[in-house]
Design a protein around this ligand. Structure first.
Ligand code: 8IG
Length: 263
């Protein structure tokens, strides 16, 4: 199987027959720091390890758990929650990175919420940031051939306004996706800042590109877990990173709950 779109169709068929559903409405991808906040959202409909669906492989990073959870939201929508994602730095190529997004689209989803944990250039640790736009610094793209996808509004203005209704104090930022897995050098962070970035991470942009190709409305929210390299004189300790995540949980939880009700 070398056609990623066919593979996504097969994964969507497997998902439908396994859970006896016709379609999903919304997909949610959980990044670092988000898993706890998504616990118990909606009525459970089913769950399976991702590697039991065509085209998904076991996660390389321990703790980046790979499951797909189906829940019925308060508004009656069926949401597929991906509790982990494949990263470009795993070295499997771009297609596996966006397979979940393409599967969600093939299964009928029309809205996608991408979350991540990342470094902050212009936002402090512990704060969720609405992604207004992104800069793809990976040198990669999920698109092959003459697929001239419009990226002038990757992150849906309508969904962003909805998120601002749910949490009016949400900051907005520009997410720079690096290849990883190493973190940035201070010079790379200065570059990201100079070109308009306010967040640095290793996910999301490639998935958002694939989602726009598939016609999904995309919302992206970052949790800043650490100051980007070189932006503070005394670097955060691991304990401070963990603490920033812990403090953010109630806010992330009400954000996700409010969004799943409205998306
Ligand atoms: I969590 O500072 C997390 N993920 N690229 N830089 C990059 N990715 C990250 C960072 C960071 N923190």
């Amino acid at each position: 199987m070398d056609d990623p779109y066919l593979l996504a169709d097969q994964a969507a068929d497997a998902l439908r027959s396994r859970f006896g559903i016709h379609r999903i409405d919304v997909a949610l991808v959980l990044g670092s720091g988000w898993a706890q906040a998504a616990e118990g959202l909606g009525e459970p409909v089913g769950e399976c390890p991702l590697d039991e669906l065509p085209g998904f492989s076991a996660p390389v990073v321990a703790g980046h758990g790979g499951a797909m959870r189906l829940v019925r939201t308060a508004s009656g929508s069926l949401a597929a929650i991906f509790t982990g994602r494949t990263h470009l730095y795993e070295g499997r190529g771009v297609a596996p990175v966006v397979h979940g997004v393409r599967t969600a689209a093939a299964a009928g989803a029309s809205r996608l919420l991408l979350t991540n944990g990342c470094g902050g250039i212009a936002h402090p640790p512990g704060v969720p940031v609405l992604i207004a736009d992104h800069i793809n610094l990976t040198g990669a793209t999920p698109l092959v051939g003459p697929r001239f996808v419009d990226l002038s509004q990757v992150y849906s203005p309508r969904l962003r306004a909805l998120a601002q209704q749910v949490d009016p104090s949400l900051e907005e930022g520009v997410y720079c996706q690096f290849h990883g897995p190493s973190y940035e050098t201070p010079a790379e962070v200065r570059m990201a800042k100079a070109i308009g970035g306010t967040l640095v991470g290793m996910s999301t942009a490639l998935e958002a590109i694939a989602a726009r190709e598939a016609g999904l409305d995309v919302l992206g929210i970052s949790l800043v877990t650490n100051a980007a390299a070189g932006t503070t004189s005394n670097p955060l300790s691991h304990a401070e990173v963990v603490e920033a995540g812990r403090v953010a949980q109630p806010r992330l939880r009400s954000l996700l709950a409010g969004l799943l009700e409205r998306l």
